[in-house]
Design a binder for this molecule. Structure first.
Ligand code: C2O
Ligand code: CU
Ligand code: CU
Length: 557
């Protein structure tokens, strides 16, 4: 049980840097964490022989083709299904996939042009899709109880489907034509007996509509089922979604084959090549949660990039734009680009979670927490042809120190540039604009008689209202953590105002949707609750913490 002594709300602002010293907890000791732990969580060990690093070519997720582009809307279909993939060379691994691949197919969208994705659930359990970073109406935001039930689903413990209540409640879903067996079910009982009368449950399929009325950036879509998000993502339910616009295209940043999406995720494999994960209920039907030893988070000993272990990619001696996502459940990375002869290449950050920065920021190393994205340009021009650049994780050890490598294959012309001004539309909210300041602690605690992770001392309950705010209001939120907690808000982007009572860090630049709180750290963020009214969420994006209660409702009225 974590405790941070002597920190009342009043004192919160003033104490800044002192917090790091007080957040020493029994939990962190139990999890084997050092004073400055690299990650919060415990690592699984794979049972199959692991391939050497930098041998497997880097895969690039295929870009999904729309089934229709008429009426100004791009329409896509994705079937969620089991598939056996070769993740490790020569090893067959059954996974849960979007469309048969891991990562799922990439959706390429244009700003202002709506996208509708029809998802079919061909998996053995309920699912729900969330577009992370999307400015999405609540009905399509993937609230954790808005489930799409699979064929023949019977709630293990008690019936969850409450028949045909109130057809009027389905009015927001009239775009769901063609739904196979959509019969207006309402109400959902959480796996731990929590009732959610507002849940909108469908059978087999659901349309998700994304207006794409937002800044261009790299988003990702992933499963968000209540209590089971972590194992579902681990099994493969994650894919990329990129928004572009003409302004960004005209900047001259590296593009085409010199723009690379990189989804980094750790996994572990058992001796039969199956994904290894410490679920209490491996069917993911009934009992949520992980074995006690992993309640701080699940780490794998294999680092995958775009679904391949420690891959290598051949590049020109030129600038490349790397669109990096940390899709790991709990693992943090501190990325560094080093040549084989020991030189470090700069990581020139041009964008954050929610799109372009105002101006580039140059980093020597770049920390990236679960769900964060960084848009960085790396210049291979000065690397010798035949030379190699490794991207390493300074927080890893042994095999988990390596991430991927680039092999510089040839000299080539490069007409790309990194403009000194990247964007002009970053919101610049000030404290004085805020109508409210709220405090939230992110800490270990008890939940349903067991171990949990709490926001403001309570575990997630879909039926409770936690934050109610008015559309258009600006608020400052002060977040404080015991161990690592990457905190994510749905719907909105925010700016980081401060850390430990001091100014934000260089990698906090731009517009974020996930902020990485480090052990004992307090940070302030500011945002405007803009876009749509409805029921949204904020939560820790350590996926195990999220499943163990570290989530809260955000109602915009
Ligand atoms: Cu990427 Cu609510 O999550
Ligand atoms: Cu999200
Ligand atoms: Cu957390």
């Amino acid at each position: 049980m974590a405790e941070t002594r002597g920190i009342g709300r009043r004192q919160f602002l003033g104490i800044g840097g002192a917090l790091g010293l007080t957040a020493v907890t029994g939990l962190t000791a139990a999890a084997g964490l050092a004073r400055h732990p690299a990650s919060t969580g415990d690592q699984l060990r794979s049972g199959v022989p692991l391939p050497p690093a930098f041998q497997v070519p880097l895969p690039l997720p295929s870009v999904l083709k729309p089934v229709s582009t008429s009426g100004g809307v791009d329409r896509y279909e994705i079937t969620q299904r089991e598939a056996t993939l070769e993740v490790l060379p020569g090893v067959k691994t059954p996974m849960w996939t979007y469309g048969g691949t891991f990562p799922g197919p990439t959706i390429e969208a244009r700003r202002g042009r709506p996208v509708t994705v029809t998802h079919h659930n061909g998996l053995p359990v309920p699912t729900v899709v969330h577009l992370h970073g999307g400015r999405t109406p609540a009905a399509s935001d993937g609230y954790p109880t808005d489930l799409v039930l699979p064929k023949n689903w019977r709630e293990p413990a008690s019936p969850i489907v409450h028949g045909m209540h109130g057809a009027h409640d389905m009015s927001g879903m009239d775009h769901m034509d063609g739904m196979d067996g959509m019969d207006g079910m309402q109400g959902m009982q959480g796996m731990q007996g929590m009732q959610d009368p507002k849940a909108v449950v469908t059978r087999l399929t659901r349309d998700y509509t994304f207006p794409m009325d937002q800044r261009p950036t790299l988003l990702w879509y992933h499963d968000h089922r209540m209590d089971f998000t972590a194992p579902a993502i681990w099994r493969g339910l994650a894919g990329l979604h990129i928004i572009r616009d003409d302004a960004e295209d005209s900047l001259g940043l590296p593009s085409g084959p010199r723009e690379l999406p990189l989804m980094i995720a750790d996994r572990a494999f058992d001796d039969n090549g199956n994904l290894h994960y410490p679920s209490l209920d491996p069917t993911l039907r009934d009992q949520p949660g992980v074995e006690e030893a992993f309640h701080a988070g699940v780490l794998g000993d294999v680092i995958l990039v775009n679904g391949a272990p420690w891959p290598v990619h051949e590049v020109d001696a030129a600038r490349y734009r790397l669109r990096v996502l940390n899709a790991s459940n709990a693992r943090h990375y501190d990325l560094e680009a080093v040549t084989d002869d020991g030189h470090r290449l700069d990581l020139v950050q041009v964008g954050a979670d929610q799109g372009l920065l105002a101006a580039p920021v140059t980093h020597r190393t770049l920390p990236i927490a679960p769900a964060e994205r960084y848009d960085v340009v790396v210049d291979f021009t000065k690397v010798q042809v035949g030379g190699r650049v490794r991207i390493v994780n300074r927080l890893g050890s042994g095999r988990t120190r390596d991430v991927l490598a680039f092999r510089v294959a040839r000299k080539a012309a490069d007409h790309s540039r990194i403009p000194r001004l990247l964007s002009h539309d970053l919101p610049n909210w000030r404290r004085a604009d805020a109508t409210r300041t709220r405090d939230f602690s992110f800490r270990a605690g008890r939940m349903h008689g067991g171990h949990g992770w709490l926001i403001g001392g309570v575990p997630f309950d879909p039926a409770r209202s936690d934050v109610t705010t008015r559309l258009g209001d600006v608020e400052v939120w002060r977040l404080i953590a015991d161990v690592h907690h990457p905190v994510h808000l749905h719907l909105v982007g925010f700016r980081v105002l401060s850390r430990r009572g001091r100014k934000a860090l260089p990698h906090d630049a731009g517009l974020k949707d996930t902020v990485s709180l480090r052990p004992g750290e307090a940070a302030e963020i500011i945002t405007r609750f803009d876009g749509y009214r409805g029921r949204y969420l904020f939560h820790c994006h350590n996926a195990e913490h999220e499943d163990m209660g570290m989530m809260a409702n955000l109602d915009i009225i």
